[in-house]
Design a protein around this ligand. Structure first.
Ligand code: ZN
Length: 310
């Protein structure tokens, strides 16, 4: 997979209700992406007018995903976290760790089992939380895309994490760290791949919007676990994980007409929610913890956003 096949989002979305208020869920709209040569992401803000966006989204939701020439991660996947930055607290890390440990095998992640590769092999609903590394902020708080790849490369090169082509490496940044190519203004996270150590390594940036853009990239106020940054990141993590699974190198499952991947199709759509004791909306339970996680695009029984499969 050539590095120049990385894809970037152009336009953004989801500003129909750009300010989350108490007890509300921002569930309007979708994300608009176009391939231009950088990473795929989960986007937020919007340069279009509401009328323009409404017309765009209506057209995009009708575009089905099709399998292009590339590989699909059908085998059990290994998730690795790299905790980046010096401002992580235990409660926030626990919310994300629990999500990584329990999303595999869930009815929610089983949506991805409707996807298959060119041999007809379907994605297995197996995700193993396989390791973590810590980088207390070696490259500062303003990360370029190159910096983020370097953080992954360093974690593998140092031996902190294994070199794993069935792995997906998530750079989880703390609330004081930003990504200079557009965190909060163009995206909330993204995934891509690169040749690192001679292998095709899949990795993702998941930004922490707690203080930088709680309305733009956060999902709800209050949040299910009273950790607003991590609770928001859990949905972004799910989005990028399911996209990396079905379109790891940016050349498998996406909509030809607009470049959208499965997570993009359902970004900020949460479906049916329940209310937790703290007043937070949630729609998934992983392990014993509640989350508000965006829906994902299923291929069965018909292409649509769904909360679970079957
Ligand atoms: Zn996406």
């Amino acid at each position: 997979m050539a590095l120049n096949r990385k894809l970037m989002l152009l336009a953004v979305s989801c500003a129909f209700a750009s300010v989350a208020t108490a007890g509300t869920v921002r569930d309007t709209g979708d994300s608009v992406y176009k391939p231009t040569g950088k990473g795929w992401g989960e986007l937020d803000l919007d340069a279009q007018t509401h009328a323009q966006k409404a017309a765009t989204l209506k057209a995009q939701r009708t575009a089905n995903l099709t399998l292009q020439s590339g590989p699909v991660m059908t085998a059990p996947k290994n998730v690795y976290y790299i905790w980046y930055g010096a401002n992580w607290d235990a409660a926030s890390k626990n919310v994300l760790t629990n999500a990584g440990q329990n999303i595999g095998g869930s009815p929610y992640f089983n949506i991805n089992s409707t996807y298959y590769d060119h041999a007809g092999t379907h994605v297995q609903n197996v995700v193993t939380y396989a390791g973590t590394a810590t980088d207390n902020g070696s490259l500062g708080t303003q990360l370029s895309d190159v910096n983020i790849q370097t953080i992954v490369s360093n974690a593998i090169g140092s031996g902190a994490l294994p070199s794993d082509t069935n792995g997906i490496y998530f750079v989880m940044t703390d609330k004081n760290t930003t990504a200079t190519s557009g965190f909060c203004t163009q995206y909330c996270g993204w995934h891509t791949n690169a040749t690192i150590g001679g292998k095709d390594i899949k990795y993702s940036f998941v930004g922490n919007p707690e203080t930088q853009c709680p309305a733009g990239c956060g999902a709800s106020t209050p949040s299910p676990n009273n950790t607003p940054g991590a609770d928001a990141m859990a949905s972004i993590f799910a989005h990028e994980l399911e996209e990396a699974t079905t379109d790891p190198d940016g050349n498998a499952w996406y909509a030809l007409s607009n470049g959208m991947e499965n997570g993009d199709k359902c970004a900020w759509n949460f479906g049916t929610t329940s209310t937790a004791s703290n007043g937070a909306k949630y729609n998934q339970t992983f392990g014993t913890m509640k989350y508000l996680i965006q829906q994902n695009w299923t291929l069965l029984p018909a292409q649509a956003c769904a909360q679970h499969y079957p």
